[in-house]
Ligand binder design. Structure first.
Ligand SMILES: CC(C)(COP(=O)(O)OP(=O)(O)OC[C@H]1O[C@@H](n2cnc3c(N)ncnc32)[C@H](O)[C@@H]1OP(=O)(O)O)[C@@H](O)C(=O)NCCC(=O)NCCS
Length: 160
């Protein structure tokens, strides 16, 4: 497995991986928990939202970076993060590993790369937000495997 910085030619493949990874969250987990009205109102255009988000996820002039993990020239994962040097803090914006390549240390290697990079830039703290739902069980287990501290946050919705 190799890691390298994002290239513009990666965009379509990364968007596809993002949609394949997080589709089950929006269409099954989130919709199942909050119902159709809230789902459509909040994330009815989630595919388009990702398309837009990817336009600015890699923007080094504004402290935003992406690296990809490759296996035999095929992208199998990525991580996007933000570095806020004035606050000496960083944030993981998005992380995904292709389903057939999970539990082989890909995300661990991506995070190790990012944490080293942040440390080299004098960053003292890294954070991220993830879900408390069943879709995110692997995600929570993963971040806890890195020794990160969990802060529970609860979000409420009501269809009016
Ligand atoms: C979360 C995710 C990125 C982990 O990627 P990964 O490459 O499989 O993670 P690693 O192989 O580096 O796992 C390292 C450790 O994390 C923990 N872990 C990872 N996945 C786990 C799972 N499904 N169940 C329990 N523990 C898990 C384990 O301790 C694992 O070590 P081990 O395999 O030696 O037991 C991947 O499952 C994924 O893409 N999920 C969907 C997208 C997502 O939830 N992204 C994060 C949202 S913020």
């Amino acid at each position: 497995m190799d890691m390298r910085p994002f290239r513009p030619a990666d965009l379509d493949g990364l968007l596809e991986l993002t949609i394949a990874t997080f589709g089950p969250f929006y269409e099954e987990s989130f919709r199942g928990i909050v119902g159709d009205t809230v789902m459509v109102n909040q994330h009815g255009n989630w595919r388009e939202d990702y398309r837009n988000q990817w336009q600015s996820l890699n923007d080094p002039d504004n402290g935003k970076y992406v690296i990809v993990a490759e296996d035999h020239d095929e992208i199998v994962g990525f991580i996007a993060w933000t570095m806020r040097q004035p606050k000496r803090s960083g944030e993981i914006e998005m992380l995904a590993v292709e389903s057939g390549h999970r539990r082989h240390g890909v995300a661990s290697a991506l995070c190790a790369y990012v944490f080293d990079d942040l440390r080299r830039h004098g960053i003292e703290v890294v954070s991220l937000g993830t879900g408390g739902d069943d879709f995110h069980v692997p995600s929570r287990a993963f971040y806890e495997s890195l020794g990160m501290t969990r802060l529970p946050v609860v979000v409420y919705y009501k269809a009016l």
